[in-house]
Design a protein around this ligand. Sequence first.
Ligand code: ZN
Length: 234
Amino acid sequence: MSAIEILWTLQGVDREIDQAIARGTRARAAIGQVTPELTRARESHATRSTALVDAERAQRGLEWEVADRTARIRTLDERLYSGTIRNPKELTGMQTEIDHLRQSLTDIEEKTLIAIDAAEAARQAANASAASLQRETSAWEEDQAAQRRTLDEARRFVASERARREAITAQIPPPLLARYADLRKQKQGIGIVAVDRGTCTGCRTSLPTATTQAARTGNIVTCSSCGRIVYGGR
Ligand SMILES: [Zn+2]
């Protein structure tokens, strides 16, 4: 293989390494990052869980009031019909109190029915948000595992390709290798490009016939437009 052919092989390896590094970098950045979907699901479930606790507390409070009034009415009824109270004024007063308590009990019972419905609705909403949170959490965990796998694979790939790269660079004359390294720094990682039907594939400029021919015969020539070394093929 000529020096230019080896350089062309090196460019292929370098591009693979660069791409693997980019994949690994993206994966590393994503590891530990909570997605907006998961954040929304967490917030939604937290809100609905709080709403459920409030609704159940309201329901219990009303149920307690119902029990309390029912007991007070029973006590007053028992006293009223026990025959121990004979004072008409006192009897009338007790009857009035019982009437008030019954009215109040009716109101509270209605509110309790509404509160029971509200608590049931809150329970269903909380169950739905819990299921949604579970789904989002599973999806996130799967994605995290995939990102870790991507990072591991990228690391392993880069390590093995770097070993291959060393073996290749050993076969390239140091001045050419240095030139290629400079070009890679200046030209987004691409120091040598193929010629495709007389055109530089690095910058899409038509190359003079002399350049194309020189490249085809294995000479080291560059594109006058982008400055990269052009590879004319075997
Ligand atoms: Zn070019």
